[in-house]
Design a protein around this ligand. Structure first.
Ligand code: UD1
Ligand code: CA
Length: 422
């Protein structure tokens, strides 16, 4: 089946109180919109992202990171129904299914979206909305049902009567529609409501009036449709995502000594029997092998690849670096833009000086197998140290060194006898 996605991301995100567009706010260094796009990229063949507020920034992000996605401008932003109507020209002759999602709902999973589409198909549905039950449904649209329990309509918080506000079944903001049958709804929506907006939610009552088969798929794990509208929501979503990730890692043989102080991004893979010690923060995309020890207090900042049996110890920061097996950086180091062979040892306090603030460029440090770096060394990149070479403690290395050598820069020790007594 030909499936396309429409992702709503044009809104202002007023409640974030930010200069950054809401959908570009990040969880573990990945924008909220990135999570949504990653979840649809395997189940749809094309995604349209509706942009408006800060359109250039959002468009730049999408174009740079997602080949399968196109942005469509909505200006001015007259509501979620108006937002979807912007893609109508792109889908004029399209006769497959369209799933609609919000760019501010990053916790949804690919698995749930697949089940949702399967449900839509198994009901022979023309239009399916995802719903869930919230103990505190405030701010969400409420699902209003007929006496026979079939769907009637969705009512927004601001339009709801006290009786409707008491309903705990809410609209998740995710829809699956047979485009050919629903597309004409978008030219018929009106803005007669408390917010004066064209509500996407009105397609439910439109579908009922037009005798279409309209259904709701009730999602059990309501966490997945948690929407980000405020900084509080952003923090809560980060926690939910982290708890989910840690549980998954532990299920797969990773020891997390203290889940309450450990943060690991969804895009980090970790092999079995690796131990993550407390206060470790791992963001971005990373791959860690088996039998490694990470932390306590380690910070992995993305694009980090660590092979088996490695150790990243206390107060070590690693960014865009590759460690081959059995390599250790035990204490107080910064390793960035680096490639380390196997059996390399990084002494305490070693720094890869990878950034040139004048040219604003970064350069690479390469340490071949069996290199041993003495404590408090600065490796001024670009620099390469050959196999087996040792670097004496306290050195500043500015040139490449070959194999099996000793490199050291050190001011001679001066001793002034009895200096303290004088
Ligand atoms: C919306 C739903 C509500 C549902 C909730 C789930 C409507 C009218 N309401 O409410 O029933 O429970 O999501 O999270 O649909 N957007 C645009 N263009 C616009 C307006 C909004 O692209 O003109 C985008 C926003 O950027 C956002 C998404 O649509 O990503 C949802 O908009 P938002 O204002 O957050 O709607 P809610 O009030 O959360
Ligand atoms: Ca929202």
């Amino acid at each position: 089946m030909d499936i396309k996605a429409v992702i709503l991301a044009a809104g202002k995100g007023t409640r974030m109180k930010s200069n950054t567009p809401k959908v570009l706010h990040k969880i573990f260094e990945k924008p909220l919109l990135g999570y949504v796009l990653d979840n649809v990229k395997n189940i749809t063949n094309e995604a349209f992202v509706i942009v408006g507020h800060h359109a250039e920034e959002v468009t730049e992000y999408v174009n740079k990171n997602y080949k399968c996605a196109k942005t469509v401008l909505q200006s001015p932003q007259l509501g979620t129904g108006h937002a979807v109507s912007m893609v109508c020209p792109n889908l004029e002759n399209f006769d497959g299914q369209v799933i609609i999602l919000c760019g501010d709902t990053p916790l949804i999973t690919e698995k749930t979206l697949k089940e949702f589409i399967d449900y839509h198909n198994s009901c022979n549905s023309d239009l399916t909305v995802m719903s869930t039950i919230f103990e505190n449904p405030t701010n969400y649209g409420r699902i209003i049902r007929e006496a026979d329990n079939s769907l009637k309509c969705i009512v927004e918080e601001k339009d709801a009567t006290p009786q409707q506000k008491a309903v705990k079944e809410v609209n998740a903001g995710i829809y699956c529609l047979n485009w050919g049958k629903i597309k004409c709804a978008f030219s018929q929506l009106t803005s007669n409501n408390a917010q004066g907006e064209y509500y996407l939610t009105d397609i439910i009552s439109w579908g009922k009036t037009n005798n279409l088969n309209v259904n709701a798929y009730i999602l059990e794990n309501s966490d997945e449709i948690y929407g980000i509208n405020s900084r509080q929501n952003l923090a809560a979503a980060t926690k939910i995502m982290n708890d989910r990730k840690l549980a998954d890692l532990m299920d797969n043989g990773v020891t997390i000594v203290d889940p309450s102080s450990t943060w690991i991004s969804e895009d980090t893979e970790i092999g079995a029997d690796t131990i993550i010690y407390p206060s470790t923060y791992i963001e971005g995309k990373n791959k860690i092998g088996n039998n490694c020890k990470i932390g306590p207090c380690a910070h992995l900042r993305g694009d980090v690849e660590i092979a088996d049996n490695c150790k990243i110890g206390n107060f070590v920061e690693v960014k865009k670096a590759k460690f081959d097996s059995n390599t250790n950086a035990g204490h107080l180091s910064y390793i960035g833009d680096a490639e380390l062979g196997s059996h390399v040892n990084i002494g305490a306090g070693t720094i890869t000086a990878n950034y040139d603030p004048i040219s604003k460029t970064k350069s690479k440090t390469v340490l071949k197998d069996n290199v041993k770096i003495g404590s408090n060394t600065v490796l001024v990149a670009p620099v390469e140290i050959g196999e087996g070479t040792n670097i004496g403690a306290g050195s500043v290395i500015t040139k490449n060194i070959g194999e099996w050598a000793l490199g050291l820069t050190r001011a001679p020790l001066r001793v002034i006898e009895k200096w303290v007594k004088h």
